[in-house]
Each structure stands twice: as structure tokens, then as C-alpha cells.
Design a protein around this ligand. Structure first.
Ligand SMILES: *Cc1c(COP(=O)(O)O)cnc(C)c1O
Length: 808
């Protein structure tokens, strides 16, 4: 937008006066932030309104991306960049004696997600707005986002997160757009004018109130909407009537139960909670979201039969899969359509992304719980299952086993992945290998039954947040060298390869990385008083703590390096700093124990003068989007070391690549596609591959103790877990030791140990050759454009949603 410095300064001073009644001198950092935020919101509001008006005038198809998580991070700087006013604001504030960075610092992360799945949703919203897709987010406004992690005595301690403690300047509450969501009760069937009617009675009503947050497109005047729903008690008089009857406790209880629905985000990643409250949250989201979509659709006076021509609903994993029976319910019970027509519209409208093949991560609900909480929805799911099983029977007459395997309702459970496949027109995996495993293994029956339904959409990341915003040094160098076209067309990053033999350019790349390492080193020094050397290799593993992601393999190698150094203090070694960031689910004991191990090893290593200057280990607390924006640009090595077949895609891997880190990887998830893009010379691979892993799972016997007994390095580190070497009780890590050495240990940590150690040695050798390393780094940056979520979204739009970008 056009904004002069003069106008900005006067807007700012007036805003500060009007909103906070303060002068610049008196204002706190929060005052300044809230003022700048409200001015920026004012600037973008016209485009927001215009975007909505244009969408309804053109009557174009709208995409609604349903997700239980949106891991958005901070918004102010993103908005300044996308409105193209960051320089003006920075200068203007500077003239008022205010440092923009200090204002940006006080904003809290909007952390309404656990990890990759929630961050993907945020990247997708950014890309939809950037390329002009009429696409909106639909989620829950959790009062408490993902918990804050503190490390106390090496252990993870969880503290409640309070992002709403101060006002959220980006959201707008829209009470007039509230809808009612109904739980419990009974369903009565009655026959009216020849057709069946289902009446839901004795239900518990809850009001869903939407809060809208703008999703600003990059310099294109598009502003889409992220709509988050909050639960409020129905009928303001409800508590009073109970009060009058002296039923104070009951009234309070009702309010408490209602508000609990949007109180908190379940802190699990790739593992469903299975609690009643979670099921309530899931239905709350889809019922509120779909009612509001139907209402918006009907405002345009189109017949409901055309719904699927104007609406696409995408479900991010199975958490919003009740969208299928909920849309059926509305089309039949409220709009009066028959089953077949409602079914056609529903399946045409809905599409589904699968995020995992790990059996333990697939959602299923006990029938009893489901049926009593959602009686009408259960009836519909029951009917969907009946009809589906009959169709399977038609095709595979007599194949009882197959029907038993494929049934949506079986063995006392409702299986949400199967419901999602049956009730949608598209099922996609999130990386090539993942989709292949879905089609050939986990969901083979379904892929055979619906041969055209399955497709791949490899994940992506928004290069605007992960490069333009978080690595300004590198972005500036890129723009200086190849122009700014890459910001709209990230594939143009490829042009950087013309500098492959340009040593001056490679030196500048080195210098930028070095500055980013200094920035991270300062952060570490400030918070933990630990000195890390920016000249050492920064080797970073930042992601959720999960056994399959194998942070444990990383630590065992650190222990091994430490052992070698103690044995031979004069050993020649490229100095390394191993840096971790990871939250464990609060109920995941093994993951928490691994955090304690990392911190214990860090303590031991960092306080041993024998290894000083060679080895450091740092665990950064409270990994989140804003922290990753400091970590990722500083990485030399990107640890992507999951057990092959386990990581559906990964997106952290893409962020590191885009910032010039060299990937140290197994051939898993999108690592495979990264490898294909950069070639053998520009990535370091190790470990079992998918066929080896599957072979073990199907036929093999993996006996880790054989490896333990035959490899002295491994025996030594495994023994050190329980022999007092680490200065903790022998029981502390006994569970880890047991898990590592049990038969058929499913993550193959000891099996991949040697291969990993060799790969790490290759990394050290490569890093010693500075010129070669910088070339590798350059190729990684140059070829990362392919992994921009702009590209991913274009493929969703064309292949799944059938929508086109709008140029406004
Ligand atoms: C990108 C991202 C993730 C996902 O990382 P993976 O390595 O793909 O698991 C998790 N958390 C945050 C904060 C992220 O930004």
C-alpha cells in the first residue's frame, strides 16, 4: 500500500494518544505494539472488506481449510511485510526514537498448534492469500495454546500458555455470526408428508462465537479470513434460572463445561487423546464451521443443490472428519434433500489429507461415547457405513475379510480415516513416499476400491516467512543478485546457481550464515549463559520430540564423540555445537526421558574442560515458530533422521534447506524429494531405507543385543546410560536402555548407529572444505523454491478444489 512516512508518524502518534492516552515517552513496549498493531489493522481493513465483497460479487468458489490447529506464530511483522510498509514504519518509528524490533519482540506467538500439521495449515493460508485463492481457515480459538516448556533440572516442565492474557489485536469478535451447536439428547423419528423427519430433543445447546483474523496476501490487496470459534454458554438466562432455584453449582458447572470446549489445545502430536472433550471439540469445530458456510452460501440465493460448485471443504487430517456427517445432516434435516443427493454434494465438497501411516496415530472413537454425545450424527455415520459395506460387497462378493477390514464401524469403534476416505472425493498423502505407502500398504483396500481418489501433494512451506522474513541477510543478498522476482515466483531462486563458481558470492553467503550464527549464539548466551562458538558447525535438530524422529540417535552419537575425545583429547576434530529444540507431549514418558538425557549429556559435556572448544550441546527451551525463526537461519546441518517410512513428509527439512543448511537425512518423507532436487553431492544420506524397514517389519527379526554385543562403541554408550557415568541414578535412563535393546525395537536406532556415525564424519570432512560446503549450501537454497507452499497450493487448487487464483 502507499503510505508516506509523514502520514504514518501522525497516524502513530494519534493512535497512541487515542488508544493508550500516552505520549511516546510514557508508552510501554506493549503500548507501542498495540498501537502499531491497531494502525496496521486499520490499513488492511479496507482490503479485507473489499476482498469479501469481490468474492461474493464474482460468486467464485470458496475454499475452507478445516484444521484443529493453526500454528501461526507472530503476525505483526508479516503484515508489515505483506503490506509493503515495513521500511516506512521502521524509519518513521526510528524518527520517533522507537526501535521496531523491540516492538516486534513483545508480540506473543499465536501457538494454536502442536507442530508440523498446524504449521502446514498456517503456511497454506499464507500461500492462498499470496496467490489469490479465495481460501479461508476454520479452527478453534483455544484460550490456551500449546503449553510453554521450561527445563528444570533437565526435566521438561509444562506451564500454561497465556497468549490471550493481553488483548489480541488481530482478531475481531463477530457475535452476530454465532451459531448453536448441539450435544447429547435423543433423536425422534417422525413421518411428515410421507418423508421421515428426525428431531433432536433434550440436547445441550452451546453457542459458537466466531473471531476473525485477517490473512494478508503479499502485496496483492487480497485479505482472506481465519475464523476461529469460541464456545460460550447458550441463553444468557440459563444460569439465572438455575440460580433462582438455588442451583448455583449446577449453573457454574454448565458454564465450566461449555467453556472447557475451547479452553485448551490437546498437546499431542501424531497420537490421538481419545477423550470425550476432544470429540466435543472436533464436532464443535465442524458444526459451527459448516453452519456458517451454509448460511453464507444461502445469502447468495443459490439453490442448495449447487453447493458443491461454490464450496470446497478440506479436512486437515481426520480431526475435522465429522464435517462429512454434519454436512449430510444439514443437507437432509435442514435443507430437505434426500440421501443420494446429499451424499453426492457432500462427497463432491469434501477432500481429505492424510498425515500419517502410523497405526497408533489413527483416530477412532468408542461407539458408546460417539452415539450418546452425537446421536443424530451417529445415525448418519451408521447409514454411511451400511451403504458403503453393501457397495464393497457388490464388488467383492463373498470377501468377508475385506469388508471386516474396511468397515467404518467395527469392533466397537468408529474409524475416522475410513469415514474420511469414503465421504470425500480426494484423499492425498503429503509426500511421494507417504502416498505410495498409503496406496500400497496401509490403505490398499481403499485405493483398490477407489482407484481415482488417491493422489499426492507434497507439503510445502511459505518462503515469505521462512526466508524473506526470518533471514533478511540472505533475502537481501538474493534480491541483489537475481532481483526480487523470487518473492512471487520462488522457483526463480534457481538463478542463484549462476554464482556456483563465484567465490566472492560464496564468501558473502558464508558471512551471512556466520552473522545468523552469532545472533543465535547471543540468544543462547543471554538466556543460558552458555558460550557457543559461531565458528563451530551448528548442527540442529528442531522438531517435536518423538521416538520415530530419533533425537535419541543424535544423542548417542554425541556421547560417542565425547567418549572419543576423552580418550584422545588431542583428536583432530571440527568443532561442533549440537543444538536441540523439542517439546514432548506431557503424557509421553519416553519422550520426556529423552529430553532429560539430552540435558544430562549437555551438562556433562559443557562442563568438561577436556572437550572445551570442540564439543557443545545446547537444548533450547520452548521450541515454537518465533524461536525456529532464529534457529533455522543459523544452521549448518539439518538433522532429518527419522526411521524410514515413519515421517510422512516433514516441513522442517524444507525450511532448513531454504536457509542453506546441508541435510543429514534418511530416505524418508520429503527428504527423498529434497535428495532428488539437490543430487547425491549436496545432501548426506545414511541408514536403512524403506524396503529394509518394511522387510524387517514383515519378516525379519531385529535383535539389537547382537549389535550391542559386537560393537564396542555401542556397548559403551548404552552401558553409560545406566552405570553412573552421566552422574544420575542408574534407574534414570534404564527405560531408554531397555527400549533401545529390546527385540524388534521399531525405530532401528542401534541398527542405524554406525551408518549415522559415518555420515556425521562425512559432514565434518565436507565442512573442512569451505568452498565445497558453500557450494552445497548454495545449491540447496537455489533448489528450495520447489518446496514453497505456493506451489503446493497451486496443485491443491487445480487437482482437488477446482478453483483458480483471482487477480484483483
Ligand atoms: C516447521 C515446524 C515444525 C515441523 O517440523 P518437522 O521437522 O517437520 O517435524 C514443528 N514445529 C514448528 C514450530 C515448526 O515451525
Amino acid at each position: 500500500m502507499d503510505l508516506s512516512k509523514k502520514r504514518f508518524k501522525s497516524d502513530f502518534i494519534n493512535g497512541l494518544m487515542a488508544k493508550r492516552a500516552k505520549s511516546v515517552k510514557e508508552a510501554s513496549a506493549w503500548d507501542l505494539y498495540a498501537t502499531l498493531g491497531s494502525i496496521v489493522r486499520g490499513y488492511l481493513s479496507k482490503n479485507w472488506v473489499d476482498t469479501n465483497t469481490a468474492y461474493s460479487r464474482i460468486g467464485t468458489k470458496q475454499v475452507y481449510y478445516f484444521s484443529m490447529e493453526f500454528l501461526t506464530g507472530k503476525l505483526l511483522e508479516k503484515h508489515l511485510i505483506n503490506l509493503d510498509i515495513i521500511e516506512v514504519c521502521k524509519d518513521g518509528l526510528g524518527e520517533l526514537g522507537i526501535d521496531l524490533d523491540e516492538i516486534l519482540h513483545v508480540e506473543k506467538d499465536q501457538g494454536l498448534g502442536n507442530g508440523g500439521l498446524g504449521r502446514l495449515a498456517a503456511c497454506f493460508l499464507d500461500s492462498m492469500a499470496a496467490i489469490g485463492i479465495p481460501g479461508h481457515g476454520c479452527g478453534i480459538r483455544y484460550k490456551r495454546g500449546f503449553f510453554e516448556q521450561e527445563i528444570v533440572d533437565g526435566y521438561q516442565v509444562e506451564r500454561p500458555e497465556k497468549w490471550l492474557a493481553e488483548e489480541n489485536i488481530w482478531e475481531i469478535k463477530k457475535p452476530d455470526k454465532s451459531v448453536e451447536v448441539r450435544f447429547w439428547g435423543d433423536v425422534r423419528a417422525s413421518s411428515k408428508s410421507g418423508s421421515m423427519e428426525f428431531i433432536h430433543e433434550n440436547y445441550e445447546p452451546i453457542i459458537a462465537v466466531p473471531y476473525d483474523t485477517p490473512v494478508v496476501g503479499h502485496t496483492n490487496s487480497t485479505v482472506n479470513t481465519l475464523r476461529l470459534w469460541s464456545a460460550e454458554p447458550a441463553r444468557k438466562d440459563f444460569d439465572f434460572s438455575l440460580f433462582n432455584k438455588g442451583n448455583y453449582l449446577k449453573a457454574m458447572e454448565y458454564n465450566y463445561l461449555v467453556e472447557s470446549i475451547s479452553e485448551m489445545l490437546y498437546p499431542n502430536d501424531s497420537h490421538p487423546e481419545g477423550k470425550l472433550l476432544r470429540l466435543k471439540q472436533e464436532y464443535f469445530l465442524v458444526s459451527a464451521g459448516i453452519q456458517s458456510i451454509v448460511r453464507t452460501f444461502k445469502k447468495n440465493k443459490r439453490p442448495i443443490e449447487e453447493f458443491d460448485e461454490y464450496v470446497s471443504i478440506h479436512i486437515n487430517d481426520t480431526h475435522p472428519s465429522l464435517a462429512i456427517p454434519e454436512l449430510m445432516r444439514i443437507l437432509m434435516d435442514e435443507e430437505g434433500l434426500g440421501w443420494d443427493q446429499a451424499w453426492k454434494i457432500t462427497t463432491n465438497t469434501i477432500s481429505y489429507t492424510n498425515h500419517t501411516i502410523m497405526a497408533e496415530a489413527l483416530e477412532k472413537w468408542p461407539i458408546d461415547m460417539f452415539k450418546s454425545l452425537l446421536p443424530r450424527i451417529y445415525m448418519i455415520v451408521y447409514e454411511i457405513n451400511e451403504r458403503f459395506c453393501a457397495n464393497v460387497w457388490k464388488k467383492y462378493n463373498g470377501d468377508w475379510d475385506r469388508i471386516a477390514r474396511m468397515a467404518i464401524i467395527a469392533n466397537g469403534y468408529v474409524k475416522m480415516a475410513y469415514l474420511s476416505i469414503v465421504g470425500s472425493h480426494s484423499v492425498n498423502g503429503v509426500a511421494r513416499l507417504h502416498t505410495e505407502l498409503l496406496e500400497k500398504q496401509e490403505l490398499r483396500d481403499f485405493a483398490q476400491f477407489y482407484p481415482n481418489r488417491f493422489n499426492n501433494k507434497t507439503n510445502g512451506i511459505t518462503h515469505r516467512r521462512w526466508l524473506l522474513q526470518s533471514n533478511k541477510g540472505l533475502s537481501n543478498l538474493i534480491s541483489e543478485s537475481i532481483g526480487t522476482e523470487w518473492i512471487k515466483h520462488p522457483r526463480k531462486l534457481r538463478k542463484l546457481e549462476k554464482h556456483i563458481d563465484d567465490s566472492a558470492f560464496l564468501d558473502r553467503l558464508y558471512e551471512i550464515k556466520h552473522q545468523n550464527k552469532i545472533r543465535l549464539a547471543n540468544h543462547i548466551k543471554d538466556i543460558y549463559s552458555i558460550d557457543v562458538d559461531p565458528n563451530s558447525i551448528f548442527d540442529i535438530q528442531a522438531k517435536r520430540l518423538h521416538e520415530y524422529k530419533r533425537q535419541l540417535l543424535n544423542v548417542l552419537n554425541i556421547m560417542h564423540i565425547y567418549n572419543k575425545l576423552i580418550e584422545n583429547p588431542n583428536m583432530d576434530m571440527t568443532p561442533r555445537t549440537f543444538i536441540f529444540g523439542a517439546k514432548a507431549a506431557p503424557g509421553y514418558d519416553m519422550a520426556k526421558n529423552i529430553i532429560k538425557l539430552i540435558n544430562t549429556v549437555a551438562d556433562r559435556v559443557n562442563n568438561d574442560i577436556r572437550v572445551r572448544g570442540k564439543l557443545k550441546v545446547v537444548f533450547l527451551e520452548n521450541y515454537r515458530v518465533s524461536l525456529s525463526q532464529i534457529m533455522i537461519p543459523a544452521a549448518n546441518v539439518s538433522e532429518q533422521i527419522s526411521t524410514a517410512t515413519k515421517e510422512a513428509s516433514g516441513t522442517g527439512n524444507m525450511k532448513f534447506m531454504m536457509n542453506g543448511a546441508i541435510t543429514l537425512a534418511t530416505l524418508d518423507g520429503a527428504n527423498i524429494e529434497i535428495h532428488e532436487s539437490v543430487g547425491d553431492e549436496n545432501i548426506v544420506l545414511f541408514g536403512l531405507e524403506k524396503d529394509d524397514v518394511l522387510e524387517y517389519y514383515n519378516n525379519g527379526r531385529y535383535i539389537p543385543l547382537d549389535i550391542y554385543n559386537s560393537d564396542v562403541r555401542i556397548k559403551r554408550v548404552v552401558d553409560q546410560l545406566t552405570n553412573g557415568f552421566l552422574g544420575v541414578g542408574n534407574e534414570e535412563f534404564a527405560g531408554i536402555r531397555y527400549a533401545l535393546t529390546r527385540d524388534n525395537e521399531p525405530y532401528f536406532i542401534l541398527k542405524d548407529f554406525d551408518s549415522y556415525v559415518q555420515a556425521q564424519k562425512r559432514i565434518s570432512v565436507l565442512y573442512e572444505d569451505k568452498c565445497k560446503w558453500q557450494k552445497m549450501s548454495l545449491v540447496n537454497i537455489a533448489r528450495s523454491g520447489k518446496f514453497s507452499s505456493d506451489e503446493t497450493i497451486r496443485r491443491y487448487a487445480a487437482d482437488i478444489w477446482n478453483v483458480k487464483p483471482i487477480n484483483r
